[in-house]
Design a protein around this ligand. Structure first.
Ligand code: ARG
Length: 472
C-alpha cells in the first residue's frame, strides 16, 4: 500500500516492522483532537489565502463527515496507516478526494501530534479537576455529618492525641485542594499552541499561528518552533501531579483498609464496595481501597517511564516520543477511576462513632494535656513530661486510664494537681482546647469548613470557565 510518505522509498515496509512502528492501536484515542486541530489548520490556511476558500471549506466539511463517522463508531483504523493522523487523512481523502492533500500544507506530523496531545491533556486536566472536586465535596459532607465525633489522631500509627474525625477528613480535603491547584496551574502552561512549528523550523508559507490558537482556544503560541515540537514537559507535569494525587489517595485508602479491620472497626464499607472471600465466609475485604493503593504504582511508572524516554533525546522530534502516550492515557483512566471509587466509598461508608471514641479514650491520648496542665501551673515542661511519664507507667501497671485515678493518686505525683484535672483531661476538653489556628478544636474545624466551601465554589467557577474551551 502507498504510504503518505512513500515517494522516497522503493521497498515496502516489512509487516513486522510496520506493526512495531505503528501507534494507531493506542493513539486512536486522539482522533477527535486530531480532527479539531485539522479543522483549525484548514480554516487558517483558507483565511490566509494559502489555499482557496473553496478548498478550505471542502476540507472542513470533509473533516466534519469524518468526525460524524468517528462518533458513530464507523471508522476502522488501519495498521498500514501507522498512526491516527495518517488514518484520519486517509479517511478525509476518501470523503473529498485529492484536495485533502492540501490540508498538510505548512504542517508536519510533528507539530500536528504535539497539538493533538496538548488538546488531550488540556481536556483531561478539566476532567481530573472535576473528579478531585467531587471527592473533596464528599469529604466535606462527611465532616459536616459527623461533626463533633472524636477519634484518636496517630503518629507512628500509635494513638497520639484525640482529634475530631472532621479534622482528619479535612486534612485530605486540603491535600486535594493542592492537587487541584497544581492541575489548574498546569492548565495555563499546557494551553499553548505548537501548531505552525512545522517539522522543526517553521514554514515558508504566510501562516497565522495566532489565528489557529484563537480557533482552538489556546491562550498563546509556542515562541520557538524547535521547543514546540520537542518537549513533552506538559505531559510530565500532568503525570507528576497525577502521581502526587495517587499518593494522597493511596494514603487515604491505606487508612480505609486499617479502619475497616476488626481490630479498629472505625468504619464499615458499603457491601457494593467490598468483597468476600471464596473460602472464608466471614470475610469482608476493602478490595477497592487496596486496588487504588496498588494502582498508584502504575502511575508512578508512567512518570518515570516518560522521564527516562525523554532524558537523552537531541532536539527536535525523535520517534522515541511516540512512547509518550500510553502511560498518559492509562494515567488519566487510573486517576479518574480511583477518584470515582474513593468518592463512592467515602459517600457510603458507615462511620462507627462509638468505636472511634472508645479508642480515643484509651492509649493515654490525654497525656500531653496532663503535662500541659502542670506546665501552665508553673512546672517546667520537661519536668512535667517526666512526671506524667511516671503517671502513665503507674496506670499501665494498674491497668487504668489517667481519668480512672483519684485526686489523691494524682497528688502523690505532683501537688500541683487539683480537682479541675478531671475536667482538663476529659476528651472533649482536650479537643476543644486546641484552639490554635489550624488545630482540631471545634471552632478551628468550623473555620476550615468555611474555607473548604469557598474553595469548592472557586473550583466550580474555574471548571465553568474552562469547559466551553476544552469541549468546543
Ligand atoms: N505517531 C507519531 C508520534 O506519536 C506522530 C509523529 C510522527 N512524526 C515523525 N516525524 N515520524 O510521535
Amino acid at each position: 500500500m502507498q504510504k503518505l510518505w512513500g515517494g522516497r522509498f522503493s521497498a515496502s515496509a516489512d509487516s513486522f516492522a510496520e506493526e512495531f512502528g505503528a501507534s494507531i492501536s493506542f493513539d486512536k484515542r486522539l482522533a477527535p483532537f486530531d480532527i479539531q486541530g485539522s479543522v483549525a489548520h484548514a480554516t487558517m490556511l483558507g483565511t490566509c489565502g494559502i489555499i482557496s476558500a473553496a478548498e478550505s471549506q471542502a476540507i472542513v466539511d470533509g473533516l466534519g463527515k469524518v468526525r460524524a463517522k468517528l462518533e458513530k463508531g464507523e471508522l476502522e483504523f488501519r495498521l498500514s496507516d501507522e498512526d491516527i493522523h495518517m488514518n484520519i487523512e486517509r479517511y478525509l481523502t476518501e470523503e473529498i478526494g485529492s484536495v485533502a492533500g492540501k490540508l498538510h500544507t505548512a504542517r508536519s506530523r510533528n507539530d500536528q501530534v504535539a497539538t493533538s496531545f496538548h488538546l488531550f491533556v488540556r481536556s483531561s486536566i478539566v476532567d481530573v479537576v472535576e473528579a478531585f472536586q467531587e471527592l473533596q465535596s464528599r469529604l466535606v459532607e462527611q465532616a459536616v455529618e459527623h461533626a463533633g465525633v472524636i477519634m484518636p489522631g496517630y503518629t507512628h500509627l500509635q494513638r497520639a492525641q484525640p482529634v475530631l474525625f472532621s479534622h482528619h477528613l479535612l486534612a485530605y480535603a486540603q491535600m486535594l485542594q493542592r492537587d487541584i491547584d497544581r492541575a489548574i496551574d498546569l492548565y495555563d502552561r499546557a494551553n499553548v499552541l505548537p501548531l505552525g512549528a512545522g517539522a522543526l523550523a517553521g514554514t515558508t508559507f504566510p501562516i497565522d499561528r495566532h489565528l489557529s490558537a484563537d480557533l482552538l482556544g489556546f491562550a498563546a503560541v509556542y515562541e520557538n518552533s524547535m521547543d514546540a515540537v520537542s518537549d513533552r514537559d506538559f505531559v510530565l507535569e500532568f503525570l507528576s501531579l497525577a502521581s502526587i494525587a495517587m499518593m494522597h489517595l493511596s494514603r487515604l485508602c491505606e487508612e480505609i483498609v486499617i479502619w475497616t479491620t476488626g481490630e479498629f472497626g472505625y468504619i464499615e464499607l458499603h457491601d457494593s464496595l467490598s468483597t468476600g472471600s471464596s473460602m472464608m465466609p466471614q470475610k469482608k475485604n476493602a478490595d477497592f481501597a487496596e486496588l487504588v493503593r496498588g494502582k498508584t504504582g502504575r502511575v508512578y511508572g508512567a512518570l518515570v517511564s516518560l522521564l527516562t524516554t525523554m532524558k537523552g533525546l537531541p532536539l527536535t522530534y525523535n520517534k522515541d516520543m511516540q512512547e509518550d502516550k500510553e502511560g498518559c492515557f492509562d494515567t488519566v483512566d487510573t486517576l479518574l477511576g480511583s477518584l470515582t471509587v474513593v468518592a463512592a466509598m467515602v459517600r457510603t461508608w458507615k462511620v462507627k462513632e462509638s468505636a472511634m471514641r472508645t479508642s480515643a479514650a484509651g492509649g493515654f491520648t490525654n497525656a500531653t494535656d496532663a503535662a500541659d496542665y502542670l506546665a501552665k501551673r508553673g512546672m517546667p515542661f520537661r519536668e512535667a513530661h517526666e512526671v506524667v511519664g511516671r503517671l502513665v507507667k503507674h496506670c499501665i501497671a494498674n491497668e487504668k486510664a489517667l481519668l480512672d485515678l483519684s485526686l489523691i493518686e494524682f497528688k502523690s505525683f505532683s501537688s500541683l494537681f487539683e480537682e479541675d484535672v478531671f475536667q482538663a483531661l476529659a476528651l472533649e476538653t482536650v479537643v476543644e482546647r486546641r484552639t490554635s489556628y489550624g488545630g482540631t478544636g471545634g471552632e478551628s474545624v468550623n473555620r476550615q469548613l468555611e474555607v473548604a466551601r469557598e474553595l469548592l465554589c472557586r473550583t466550580t467557577a474555574w471548571v465553568d470557565a474552562a469547559t466551553p474551551i476544552v469541549r468546543r
